[in-house]
Ligand binder design. Structure first.
Ligand code: NDP
Ligand code: 2IT
Length: 448
């Protein structure tokens, strides 16, 4: 691979060297730098003022031991991370991921992407991400609580409502945010909006739970509308069955589509009659069980081992909502051969670079993660606003704001792509539109 601009090529080589063994971070940086080449031709000042060099280096990486005692009295030790990437346009903001695959490279790629996503929302939030290699699966509530308390005992030294505001991501939902908030509030002796995704009884925002999935569908509907079509009557394939997937399924169905699949890391279900979402919520949100349970209630639905098979199901629209690199070139070829017209990313970086390129080259409408899944963090920023005002908006008010934000993100990404001669390429458009606001701020704020 080679960049046209020698400075960018050297910068990328340096990123790879400095962050050896972190392929996900290299991938995220490469995609952004490729998109920005036409911008840097007309804005060389972003190179000469060191904006580019500073952008790829986090402000700070916090790494800590998380010791906790399991239900058998055995001491367990996990690793905790918070990477505060960029705060040029607002306090650090981004989720926490608890999953055994978490290491520095995953948090770095997520934190880097968060800079541009958060900028795209139009709200004043900088980029960060955190997490741990702790696996909440199979742990008791008491174990999860002890882990969260230990994690926050260290993390609370580095965050505050105007400094850094974490939220959920994979493995971190309402239960974990509650335990994390309780410990923060206890240690700091304050009641503040230091986390988002909080419960409604202690400062949470209505519609935050639904926001990422709903926002994904609002963005996708606008993209489809712009090309003379909509969700109505379409067959939709969704991967994942967590927070994002569940509310994407709900909104796509409300918009007139039929969702026929959902998955977890073990396998996927296919229900030709359309997914029974109440049942999914019962299995995944309440019982915390595996998705294969679904077929015990719906005899004519199918369960298939292995989550990759989900992309072989014929559909009009695909919404990857599980995890990074879950959709590769082979999957993209099958989707295109089966006639897919749109792919919109609910997860962060779910498509490999080769898969993304294949969709774009084959005229599939492609909604990149930074734009398409920004509704979650946008609503988190609305939660921060409500916390600052000590006031709450109704569900309808928050949902309406979210809807407007997603429509604006689509049009901003689309017009940025057009402005730089890349009409229809929302990957480039989202990267460019997100970058310009941050780059302007960094330039104005000087070398810091
Ligand atoms: P959840 O933990 O609620 O759900 C994650 C889902 O993805 C589960 O079905 C899980 O299956 C599946 N999954 C996780 N890891 C893998 C893997 N390695 N292979 C296959 N399947 C996997 O997380 P969310 O729904 O919150 O997050 C999903 C994606 O959306 C992530 O990429 C996240 O970064 C992104 N995102 C989340 C936002 C939010 O507000 N929550 C906002 C924007 C993006 P299993 O149960 O088997 O692990
Ligand atoms: O990837 C993401 O945007 C999130 N996990 C949500 C972050 C947030 O701060 O709400």
């Amino acid at each position: 691979m080679s960049f046209k601009n020698q400075y960018i090529q050297d910068l990328y080589n340096q990123v790879v060297k400095r962050n050896a063994g972190e392929p996900e971070f290299h991938q995220a940086v490469r995609e952004v730098l490729e998109s920005l080449e036409p911008v840097l031709e007309v804005h060389p000042e972003y190179i000469t003022s060191g904006v580019m060099a500073r952008l790829v280096e986090p402000d700070r990486i916090i790494k800590f031991r998380v010791p906790w005692v399991d239900d058998h009295g055995v001491v367990q030790v996990n690793r905790g991370f918070r990477i505060q990437f960029n705060k040029a346009i607002g306090p650090y903001k981004g989720g926490l991921r608890f999953h055994p695959s978490v290491y520095e490279g995953i948090i770095k790629f997520l934190g880097f992407e968060q800079i541009f996503k958060n900028s795209l929302t139009g709200l004043p939030i900088g980029g960060a991400k955190g997490g741990s290699d702790f696996d909440p699966k199979g742990k008791s509530d008491a174990e999860v609580m002890r882990f969260c308390q230990s994690f926050m005992t260290e993390l609370c030294k580095h965050i505050a409502a105007d400094t850094d505001v974490p939220a959920g991501d994979i493995g971190v939902g309402a239960r974990e945010i509650g335990f994390l908030y309780g410990q923060y509030s206890r240690i700091r002796n304050e009641f503040s909006g230091v986390l988002t995704g909080k419960g409604l009884t202690y400062g949470g925002s209505l519609a935050r739970t639904e926001a990422t999935g709903y926002g994904l569908c609002y963005f996708t509907e606008e993209m489809l509308n712009d090309h003379g079509t909509s969700f109505k009557g379409k067959t939709v394939v969704i991967s994942g069955s967590g927070n994002v997937a569940i509310y994407a399924c709900q909104k796509a169905t409300q918009l007139g589509a039929k969702v026929v699949t959902m998955s977890d890391s073990n396998g996927y279900i296919y229900d030709k009659n359309g997914i029974d979402l109440d049942l999914i919520k019962q299995i995944k949100e309440k019982e915390r069980k595996r998705i294969k349970e679904y077929v015990n209630y719906h005899a004519d639905a199918e369960y298939h081992e292995g989550c990759k098979g989900v992309w072989t199901v014929k559909c009009d629209i695909a919404l990857p909502c599980a995890t990074q690199n879950e959709l590769d070139l082979e999957d993209a070829k099958i989707l295109v051969a089966n006639g897919v017209m749109a792919v919109s990313e609910g997860a962060n970086m779910p498509s490999t670079i080769e898969a993304t390129q294949y969709f774009i080259n084959n005229n599939v409408l492609f909604g990149p993660a930074k734009a398409a899944n920004a509704g979650g963090v946008a609503t988190s920023a609305l939660e921060m606003s409500q916390n600052s005002m000590r006031y709450s908006w109704t569900f309808e008010e928050v949902d309406q704001k979210l809807h407007n934000i997603m429509i604006n993100i689509y049009h901003n990404a689309s017009s940025a792509a057009k402005r730089f001669g890349l009409e229809g390429n929302l990957v480039a458009g989202a990267n460019i539109a997100g970058f310009l606001k941050v780059a302007d701020a960094m330039y104005a704020e000087g070398v810091v």
